[in-house]
Design a protein. Structure first.
Length: 126
């Protein structure tokens, strides 16, 4: 009888279901990067520090679309300016400290959209 009880207990212990799986943890919060854009060369004129999620294409609004003459991303970030909406058309990639005179690259008043990404291995970004 003792052996039969032990076998029954062992079978019950082995048949006990695992605890319910934990809900998956929320995705880590994406830390934005920034792109400082100005309507005049040398970071002058009307300026704005755009907060951007990495790897997302942003179409510039009417205040800056085809009006940007200088641009600079955060350290550890590279950005690409595009001549068309939706990150299409002529592209101009660059990194920190940015470009004081986009006209030197025949890109003055050309930007319609932008995409920025972190530089892999750079230690100062999140």
């Amino acid at each position: 009888m003792y052996l039969l009880t032990l076998v029954a207990l062992l079978a019950t212990a082995l048949a006990t279901p695992d605890p319910a799986p934990q809900a998956s943890s929320p995705r880590p919060r994406v830390t934005p990067t920034h792109l400082y854009v100005c309507t005049d060369a040398s970071f002058a004129g009307k300026c704005s520090n755009l907060s951007l999620k990495p790897s997302v294409c942003y179409t510039l609004g009417p205040n800056y679309a085809r009006k940007v003459s200088s641009a600079g991303p955060d350290k550890g970030t590279f950005c690409t300016l595009y001549s068309e909406k939706g990150c299409r058309g002529k592209a101009l990639p660059f990194t920190w400290p940015g470009i004081r005179r986009l006209g030197r690259y025949e890109y003055d008043d050309t930007t319609s959209s932008v995409r920025c990404d972190y530089i892999t291995g750079y230690s100062s970004h999140p």
